[in-house]
Write a protein that binds this ligand. Structure first.
Ligand code: HEC
Length: 105
């Protein structure tokens, strides 16, 4: 009986702790990058990259290299938070980086 309620508690705990920001992504790498972008980045950069909230750089005008973008996503810059503990997996960062470069005009 005690074991049963302990196990039930564990299930509740793991549900409560599950991270909603890591929804399963679907589609092509570019589509997955877009989903990550909408979840994590659009509130400052806007869905087209040009919103500029909280001083966010206009990603349409940005000419950074892939390596530089990956570095900023992982480590953050100024007001922009670091995502290395939020966005899991090297491929996710690569999908996101390709998406960010595709926002350019
Ligand atoms: C809290 C608001 C905020 C969020 C959320 C945010 N950023 Fe930023 N971002 C900024 C700010 C502010 C800067 C300018 C930093 C500086 O130069 O001091 C910036 C700069 C950048 C740059 C550098 C652009 C350049 O040309 O210098 C890139 C690339 C970037 N962000 C991508 C992203 C991506 C991808 C995400 C989502 C994972 C994201 N940002 C989430 C605020 C944000």
């Amino acid at each position: 009986m005690v074991l049963k309620s302990f196990l039930f508690g564990l299930v509740l705990l793991s549900v409560a702790c599950s991270d909603n920001s890591q929804e399963p992504l679907t589609g092509t790498p570019m589509e997955k990058g877009g989903q990550l972008y909408q979840i994590h980045c659009a509130r400052c950069h806007g869905s087209d990259g040009a919103k500029g909230a909280s001083g966010a750089k206009n990603l349409k005008d940005s000419r950074l290299s892939k390596a530089e973008i990956m570095y900023i996503i992982s480590n953050g810059k100024g007001v922009m938070p670091s995502y290395k503990n939020t966005i899991k997996g090297d491929s996710s960062i690569i999908w996101l980086t390709d998406y960010v470069q595709a926002l350019r005009k």
